[in-house]
Design a protein around this ligand. Sequence first.
Ligand code: FPP
Length: 233
Amino acid sequence: MSETQNKIPEHVAIIMDGNGRWAESRGLARFEGHKAGTENLRQIIKTSVEFGVKHLTIYAFSTENWGRPKEEVNGLMTILETVIDRELNELNTEGVRICHIGRLEAMPKRVRSKVEHAVQLTQKNDRLILNVAWNYGGRDEIVHAIQEIVREGTTVEQVTEELVSQHMYTQCSPDPDLIIRTSGEMRLSNFLIWQSAYSEWYATATLWPDFNKEEFQKAIDAYGQRKRRFGKR
Ligand code: FPP
């Protein structure tokens, strides 16, 4: 018998791809694409609450994104700071809990303290858990987990899947039910490689700034058609 499922995934994770192409196709600077993508994120957070999604994880800055031109990296850091300054109070009032996934210590000090403040301020909220992947890489996360496990003096016999899971950055949320990637790419790109073992995937050619409520609904509907077996019959 197949696993029964709710129509609404409890945890949706999104690879928000296509900001650069969205801007370039309009003759705009890439930064404008990231700004439009940020505006869109606001709407998708609201829509997640409306749809009854309980956990939303967004891939916003990967460990590989440091390799982009300096001005783009700085622009993205400024966007994160501005968003926290501008949106934190409303997110908090709306009951959104912000969790960070990734290596915080390698981020610029000012951005880091803002993220820490946002995480601390919203820690008791539970209407929507928003995991922000910033300076995040799936392989880096696994290396970090192994380092912690070794540091704790764990014996070989004590190493289990459960223990490894407990050392992942994603302590605020269960594994994702649905992973969405925009812009037509079909790659994992080092995102949640441990947690996505049994996630359902949805890819759309729509660029992230254009991924609106209707597009989100289509992804949720596609998920509703899937039969999840988790390797069983
Ligand atoms: C991928 O598009 C997008 C990014 C690398 C950045 C995503 C960041 C935001 C939407 C900013 C908002 C996030 C927060 C948490 C404030 P791309 O630049 O790779 O696009 P391309 O593939 O078309 O070049």
